[in-house]
Design a binder for this molecule. Structure first.
Ligand SMILES: CCCCCCCC(=O)SCCNC(=O)CCNC(=O)[C@H](O)C(C)(C)COP(=O)(O)OP(=O)(O)OC[C@H]1O[C@@H](n2cnc3c(N)ncnc32)[C@H](O)[C@@H]1OP(=O)(O)O
Length: 175
């Protein structure tokens, strides 16, 4: 990974530069993991629209306890599938602290096995299934308090250089 001090030269967004400079990978052994940044939609404490996900290390993976609320409603009493995807994507993002590198979501797949209910406690877990060079193959589950899995997810995250976050004009990607 490139050094932040090298990568930030030529960047045009001071907020992004600050974030890159302050981004820390917590030392191993600390179970509480910090939000990606204060305004992150998934975990940022300063985002009024966010989920404020609080995530801890658990073995080689991460876990969180979470309740969706009325801001996340889809069908009445049920969390919107997009809100569930947001939280799972963000949970996967916490695995980066265990990898010690920056990466971004390239592919996210979700199986909604049963409704995720509002104002109901759930346990979320994620782990790295496999790593192949830059490619991180990730898996996650959401369980209700009867230990029934209501949602499963897989993701492909790709490790990127810090430059990824500093580049202001990304080209559309065609596979
Ligand atoms: C700091 C952490 C914050 C975390 C917040 C939560 C996570 C997020 O929300 S991240 C934000 C959402 N994601 C993004 O914005 C990413 C947008 N996409 C991009 O910028 C680019 O596509 C990027 C950087 C991911 C990959 O670009 P690029 O490096 O050109 O990838 P590319 O060369 O096409 O693919 C790399 C490899 O992955 C493979 N691959 C790509 N897509 C797939 C796929 N869907 N399935 C399987 N393999 C795939 C390719 O075949 C290739 O394999 P190989 O190297 O063996 O040939």
């Amino acid at each position: 990974m490139g050094k932040a001090s090298d990568a930030v030269s030529g960047s045009s967004d001071p907020d992004v530069e600050d974030w890159v400079r302050s981004f820390r990978f917590p030392e191993s052994g600390s179970p509480e993991l910090p939000p990606h940044h204060p305004n992150c939609l998934g975990c940022g404490p300063a985002n009024p629209h966010g989920h404020r996900l609080s995530v801890r290390r658990c073995g080689d993976g991460v876990h969180a306890h979470h309740r969706f609320d009325s801001r996340h409603v889809g069908a009445p009493t049920i969390a919107h599938g997009g809100a569930v995807a947001t939280v799972l994507d963000d949970l996967f993002g916490f695995l980066l602290y265990t990898v010690g590198e920056l990466a971004v979501t390239r592919h996210l797949a979700i199986d909604y096995l049963a409704p995720v209910l509002l104002d109901t406690p759930y346990t979320l877990r994620a782990h790295i299934h496999a790593r192949d060079g830059r490619k991180l193959h990730l898996r996650a589950t959401i369980e209700n308090d009867h230990a029934h899995v209501v949602t499963t997810a897989t993701a492909l995250f790709l490790i990127v250089d810090i430059d990824h976050f500093l580049t202001t004009t990304h080209q559309p990607h065609h596979r």
